[in-house]
Write a protein that binds this ligand. Structure first.
Ligand code: URA
Length: 231
């Protein structure tokens, strides 16, 4: 891993602040001053900043099959937090990379690596999310073109980004979107005069919900899944 990234992971510093301190000669690796932000280090490397050893705790990454009636928040509100399902140490120190509504089920990714989750949630990164949608009325073929072109959501200045709709049955479809506006899928169907009655997230980027998991179950992400987000 790059030295500047290592420093950010161990501190509250931003990448540019870390680079500035490197330039000032405040960082040593195994006792030697290193100024190159791209210098390669490992979790066990001896890195000091202002002569204080930085300790690198491995970041944690999980997928969880969110059931209905829980919320993607670190605090309990009308429903309990989904983090109650995650029986790991300090589960409430983790955060959810891309929220789902209380009545939506499916894949959620949970981590304490803010830079990693930013790749998923930042509108600039255009990370695809695939949803299985059930609707109250038949979905017309014209919805494919409407979603590909973008629809106007209430209280939004811009059309939605191009989205891919695959109709599976008169009232069931797969929808892939690359943004994550509030209630986006429900609002997109409302914009074409329909109503979502069932919503389930199957995939985020290249990470698919593990078919072995039951609602409420979770597992750590594999190395390949973690790496796919920064790829
Ligand atoms: N879009 C929605 O409307 N709800 C979700 O939970 C996720 C996407």
């Amino acid at each position: 891993m790059r030295l500047d990234k290592f420093i950010c992971r161990c501190t509250e510093l931003t990448r540019s602040e870390a680079k500035k301190l490197l330039k000032q000669g405040e960082v040593r690796v195994s006792g030697e001053v290193i100024k190159d932000p791209g210098f390669q280090v490992y979790p066990e490397s001896e890195v000091t900043l202002f002569d204080n050893r930085l300790s690198f705790e491995q970041a944690r990454y999980y997928m969880l099959y969110k059931p209905q009636d829980c919320i993607c928040s670190n605090i309990d509100e009308l429903y309990p937090s989904v983090l109650h399902f995650l029986d790991v140490d300090r589960a409430f120190d983790l955060h959810i990379a891309g929220r789902l509504d209380a009545d939506t089920t499916g894949l959620i990714l949970i981590t304490d690596d803010g830079q990693w989750s930013h790749q998923i949630t930042s509108p600039k990164k255009s990370c695809d999310k695939r949803y299985r949608v059930q609707t109250s009325k038949d979905i017309p073929e014209s919805a494919i073109q409407a979603f590909a072109a973008g629809v106007q959501l209430q209280n939004e200045s811009k059309l939605t980004r191009p989205a891919t709709l695959q109709i599976l049955a008169p009232r069931e479809a797969l929808l892939t979107i690359s943004e994550g506006k509030y209630h986006q899928v429900k609002r997109m169907f409302a914009a074409i005069g329909n109503r979502v009655v069932g919503l389930h997230r199957e995939q985020i980027g290249d990470i698919e919900l593990d078919a072995e998991l039951e609602p409420g179950q979770w597992r750590p992400l594999t190395g390949a899944e973690i790496a796919s987000v920064n790829a």
